[in-house]
Design a protein around this ligand. Structure first.
Ligand code: THU
Length: 131
């Protein structure tokens, strides 16, 4: 989709990355998403002394999406500490799938793709309905 301002999204993700709380990994991450009503939602990773409790940047993004009024994600960018595109971890791909679906666009190391490309044959809400 050509009407996504990827530079604006990347800048928002980079800005959020700078507010990450990642004292344990030293690996700050920022995420920004464009919602279907035009708003931009962001998140950063927030770690914890109990390592497994840490939150990925995408968790914050999804929480912000809902807390700010809901809607669907149409485009997402995640960046690392250098501001370079970062692939969402597997768990976060599932989070993005739930909130953006198969056609949500994702900036990847191989260019813009759809969620269906990075999480093929995904499990989702439809699977629950079928059973
Ligand atoms: N991290 C994210 O925030 N998102 C991802 O998709 C990959 C990993 C965070 C979790 C942890 O705080 C740090 O990066 C190192 O794994």
């Amino acid at each position: 989709m050509s009407d996504v301002d990827w530079q604006l999204l990347t800048d928002a993700a980079t800005d959020a990355m700078r507010r990450a709380y990642a004292p344990y990994s030293g690996f700050p991450v920022g995420a920004a998403g464009l919602a279907d009503d035009g708003r931009i939602v962001v998140g950063c990773n927030v770690e914890n002394a109990a390592y497994g409790v840490g939150l990925c940047a995408e968790c914050g993004l999804v929480s912000s999406l809902h807390a700010g009024g809901g809607g669907r994600l149409v485009a997402v960018v995640c960046v690392d500490g250098a501001g370079n595109v970062l692939m969402p971890c597997g768990r976060c791909r599932q989070l993005l799938w739930e909130n953006g679906g198969a056609t949500c666009q994702l900036a990847t190391v191989g260019g813009v793709k759809q969620m269906r490309d990075v999480l093929p044959d995904a499990f989702g809400a439809d699977d629950l309905g079928r059973r």
